[in-house]
Each structure stands twice: as C-alpha cells, then as structure tokens.
Design a protein around this ligand. Structure first.
Ligand code: ADP
Length: 609
C-alpha cells in the first residue's frame, strides 16, 4: 500500500519492455557485426591479392620488354664480332630509345668490353674493362639472359642486365650488358592505393625494399622477417592466414597483409593495410548498431514506463476504491474510464459495494430480530419463574391458613363454658402459624420489591461495617439468650457502591440462619475483609450443618432441610433465595462449606467497583 510497491511494478514493466526490445536487437546486431567483419576480412584479402596480382603482371611485363630489347641477333653466319662502327651505332640507338637504360656495352667472348656508351657519363671518361670473371658475362656467354641483383645509386635502384648476341646460326658471338634504372618500378608502386592508408611495396631477393610509396623506406631491409623469407622462397600470402594479421614493417600499427612472389627475379611484392582503415566500415556499422540499440532501449523503456503508468494509475484508483469499500464505505463509487478490463473490475467492485450494503442492512435487521427474540425469551423465562414462584408461594400459604381456619372454627364452635385450659392448647399452634404466615408475607413482599431477575439500581455509597454493626445490634439479646459466643472481625470501615437495603437483608439472613441453626452455647464468627477488588464476608457457625443430599437445593425457593425444621421450627425457605438474588444483583458470589452436625460457613464476595 505504499509508494515503493507502486513504483516497483512500473520499474518491472520498464525493464521487461526494454529486455524484450533489446534482446532480439542485440542478437541481430551481433550476428550482423559477425557477418560484416568476416565478409570484410575476405574482401580485404581479395582486394589486396587482386592489386598485387595486377602489379606482378605489370612488373613481369616491364622485365620482359626490357629483356626483349637486349635480345640481339646479327644477320650473318660467321662467328666474327660486330664491326666497331656498327657497335657504336647499335649502342647509341639503344640508349636513345630506352630512357631507363643508363649504360650499355658490347663485350667479346674473352670478356673485353669492345664498346661502351653511357647516358649519364662523359664519353671521354668511359673506360673499357675486362669483365670476363663477372657472372653477368659468364651467364650471357652461355646463351642465357642474366638479371643481376638490385643495387643502389643516387639515381635510385639499378640492375645489371646481360644478354647473348647471336649470329644467324644461333651461335653466341658477343655479350650485351646494360645498367637498367628501376625508378619506373616506383611509379607502379606509388600509384597503388588500398583504402585511405593501405600501401604496397616491392622487395628484392635480399629482402631490401626497392620501391615504396614512402621514399624513406626504400633500401630498408625486411629480409629477416620469417613472413618475408617465406615470400622470397616463392610462397604467396593470400591475406587470410592468421600470420597475415601482423604488425606493419614501417608503422607500428596492426595491418592486414598479403604478398606475392615475382618468380623470375626472386623478388616479392607486399601489401599492408592498417586494420583501422580496412575495418573502418565494420566499426562504422558497429557504432550505428550500438546507436540504434541505445535509441531502441530508450524508446522501448519510455513506452514501457508509459504503459506502466497507463495501467498503474487506474490500478491505484481501483486499489484506493477497493480499500474504501472494504473499509465499510459501501456507497463509494470507483470511477475508472479506461474502457478495458480495469474499468470492468472497477464496476465489479461497485456492484460488490452495493451487494455488501444490502447484506449489511439484512444483517442489521437480523441482529434486531435476534435481540428481540432474546428479550422475548428472557421475558418469558421471567414470567415463567414468576408464575412458578406464585404457585409455590400459594402452596406455602395453604398449611398455615388451614391450621388457622381450623383453630378459629374450633374456638368459635366451642361454648363459652369451654375451659380456658383447652383453649390454651389450641392457641400456640394458631400463633405459630399466623407468625409463619406473616414471615412468608414479609419475605414475599421483599422479593416482590426486589423483583425476580433483580439488579442493583439507585447506587449509593454503603459502609458495610456500619451496616453489619446495626444488624448485629438487633441480635444482641438473642445471642445473649442463647449464650452464643460471637466472634467479630471487622475492619474500621469498608465502603462500596450498592443498595444498602437489599445488602442489609442478605447479611441479616445469613446471620439469622447461623444463630437459628446453632444450639445454645454455640460459637459464631462473623468476618469482613477488604480484598484487592472485592469485599469478602463470611459467617461461620458450629451448628447443625447441611447433609450432602441437601447441599444442592439450599438456595431454592421455599426449600428447608429436614434437620432445620427440628432446630428452628419457624422458617420460610426464602432467606437464602433472597441472599442469592441480592448478591447476583450486585455481580457478586455466594457459596458455602458445611458438614452435617459440625457447622457451616457461608461466604459472600462483592466487587468493590
Ligand atoms: P429458612 O427460613 O428455613 O432458614 P433459608 O432459605 O434461610 O430458609 O434456608 C434454607 C435452608 O438452608 C434452611 O431451612 C436450612 O435447612 C438450611 N440452612 C441455612 N442456613 C443454615 C445454617 N447456618 N446451618 C444449617 N443449615 C442451614
């Protein structure tokens, strides 16, 4: 019923909505990213190897064309060398037509250079040497084209090329050597681009960089790298292997690399594409997916929260209304107009309130009816006990009245000469019965005054001690006459709220019985003490006592035990009934302990408040 619970359902809905929306999205995003990154990896490798393949072709073509230029065949069958004049003419032509040829020489089969031309050096400074011991000469003399290792000059990388010069019979008559500038290879390499920052470079068979987009890297040797060694041994790197994802040789960034060997020259060409750039697409998609996911979470969360509120507000109205109806305000009407199940629920509650109201009214009627029935029953019981009492009472009157009638008739029928002595015999019976009649009438008058079902009214402060002393005062002469030893134990005073008249009768009846049913010289103790919440009164005697069989009937109207009739002929059997009526009417208790021929103790306890 507090706000915390209220909020928690809203939070649950928001979280549930977000999870529902986000789960599939994350899954889709993850799958998409995986697919994109795998695809991209393959695309990168394909682009790299494609580019390298194209460059290999270009380089092969360049070498082929260059070596083609060096293939010279003379038109005669003799083995004599080309004439000096023709040599000069041939070499000039070569130099003029091919700008990348820096120097050419014709060598005879003993290794002597016979003519030499240079595109860069003064003709006067050119020296003719014997190159018979050099491998380019030896190779070409055997009839094979020789590609020398790359060497480096201020003008860039250079290579020595040597070819045999054949006569008409395919006999080698001379050797043509030349120095080729490889600067044009640089153009092939620089022009190649991979994305924004990918590049390719060319290494010779030692692993030295001979062409690269960054001039600073040229002549750097990357030969020790196992990856390069593999390549120079003729193994291509397709760009998809784990080792192809490595650190770049020049920039310390991760690159996706591929490499192809250039078999004819023992060189290799390498592509390096920095990962950041190669996977830029992937990371862009990654960011987009993330952004999209975030936006979705916000949107879904917001709608979850909204839906939560839409449901929770009417629920709160429902809860409050249900609380009011449950608390007994059946007229309360729950007003929800959401046109859904909650509204229906509200109407159900309203109908329930109406039903409960009807039920409540029915219950009130039932309670009134029950109360009426109860009071009617009590009234009936009361009137029954009243008529029973009346029946008993009239029965009690019968004996003394018939005795009195008989005696009076007797007296009236007797002649005046009848002896006074005879009259004296009749008179005590007459007196005793009229006495008895008077006692019964007195007790009945008292009972009728109290009423059957008596309860104290007209409350006043009663000092029980003063009340008892007054009663005992009246019994003084009887007690003395019967030589009864009376022990009193009374406090200074003991006050309670009650009706002093009826209480006096109750005490008096108990004291009267104790004196009446105790023989001469007996002992009686009257005790009054104040308890915590009640006044305790007791009268103890050592008189005739009550037999076991009579004990249950002692408080009945008009009951008198057999032994009591002998002890005290005059009695009504109403005394204890009056005591019980008065004590009950004061919400107190009366009880007794007794043993036949030994004595009885009667107790009364009365609540003080
Ligand atoms: P009663 O007018 O006969 O005394 P009560 O109603 O006062 O009528 O007493 C009913 C009966 O209870 C008595 O008749 C008697 O048998 C017995 N009873 C009452 N008080 C005593 C007592 N102190 N000792 C012995 N019997 C008693």
């Amino acid at each position: 019923m507090n706000n915390h619970k209220h909020g928690s359902l809203g939070t649950k809905l928001t979280v549930a909505f977000s999870a529902l929306g986000l789960g599939p999205l994350i899954l889709m995003g993850a799958v998409a990213l995986l697919v994109v990154s795998v695809t991209q990896r393959q695309a990168v490798a394909t682009i790299e190897t494609g580019l390298l393949g194209q460059k290999v072709e270009e380089i092969d073509k360049f070498i082929k064309e260059t070596s083609g230029i060096f293939e010279i065949r003379v038109g005669y069958e003799e083995t004599s060398i080309i004439s000096q004049a023709d040599q000069g003419f041939l070499l000039d032509g070569l130099l003029e037509e091919n700008k990348f040829i820096v120097e050419v020489a014709l060598v005879d089969l003993t290794g002597e250079e016979r003519s030499k031309k240079s595109a860069v050096q003064d003709a006067t400074k050119i020296q003719l040497l014997n190159i018979g011991s050099l491998s380019q000469f030896k190779e070409a003399k055997e009839g094979r084209t020789y590609f020398g290792p790359v060497y480096y000059t201020l003008r860039g990388p250079m290579m020595t090329l040597a070819s045999p010069v054949f006569n008409k019979n395919n006999q080698v008559i001379m050797v043509l050597t030349g120095e080729i500038a490889l600067a044009s290879l640089q153009d092939f390499i620089v022009s190649a681009r991979l994305g924004k920052s990918g590049y390719i470079f060319l290494v010779d068979k030692d692993g030295t960089v001979i062409a690269s987009p960054d001039k600073n890297f040229i002549y750097t040797n990357v030969g020790p790298s196992p990856w390069i060694k593999d390549l120079l041994q003729g193994r291509a790197h397709n760009g998809l292997d784990r080792e192809d994802e490595r650190q770049g040789f020049f920039f310390k960034t991760n690159v996706l690399s591929a490499g192809l060997p250039i078999e004819k020259l023992g060189w290799g060409i390498v592509a390096e594409w920095p990962g950041d750039d190669a996977f830029a697409v992937v990371s862009t998609i990654q960011k987009q997916v993330l952004g999209f996911a975030l936006a979705t979470v916000l949107l879904v969360g917001l709608s979850g929260w909204l839906v939560g509120r839409l449901i929770l507000r009417p629920l709160a109205v429902l809860r409050e209304g249900a609380g009011k109806i449950g608390g007994g305000n059946f007229d309360h009407k729950i007003a929800i107009t959401t046109r859904d199940e909650i509204e229906e629920l509200g109407e159900v509650f309203n109908r329930m309130g109406e039903d409960l109201k009807k039920l409540e009214e029915l219950r009130a009627i039932q309670i009134r009816a029950e109360a009426l029935a109860e009071s009617l029953k009590k009234e009936k019981e009361l009137s029954e006990s009243k008529s029973a009492f009346l029946g008993n009472a009239s029965h009690q009157f019968r004996t003394p009245i018939s005795v009195i009638n008989w005696a009076t008739e007797l007296i009236m029928g007797e002649s005046p000469q009848k002896k006074l002595g005879d009259m004296k015999e009749i008179l005590p019976g007459l007196y005793e019965n009229s006495q008895k009649l008077s006692l019964i009438v007195n007790d009945m008058l008292l009972i009728s005054e109290l009423g059957i079902g008596y309860h104290k009214s007209k409350l006043e402060k009663v000092d029980l001690v003063a009340l008892l002393n007054k009663i005992l005062e009246n019994y003084k002469s009887v007690v003395e006459g019967k030589k009864i030893n009376l022990n009193l134990s009374l406090p200074q005073s003991l006050e309670m709220m009650g009706e002093s008249g009826p209480l006096g009768h109750a005490f008096q009846n108990l004291i009267d019985n104790a004196i009446g049913y105790t023989k001469e010289g007996g002992e009686i103790s009257v005790d009054l003490t104040q308890g915590e919440k009640e006044a305790k009164f007791s009268v103890k005697d050592n008189g005739i006592g009550i037999t076991e069989s009579d004990k249950t009937r002692i408080f009945e109207q008009f009951f008198r035990a057999t032994n009591s009739v002998e002890a005290k002929n005059v009695g009504t059997g109403l005394g204890l009934f009056i005591v019980k009526t008065v004590v009950d009417g004061h919400d107190g208790k009366v009880w007794f302990e007794s043993e036949e021929k030994k004595g009885s103790t009667f107790y009364i306890s009365l609540p003080l408040s």
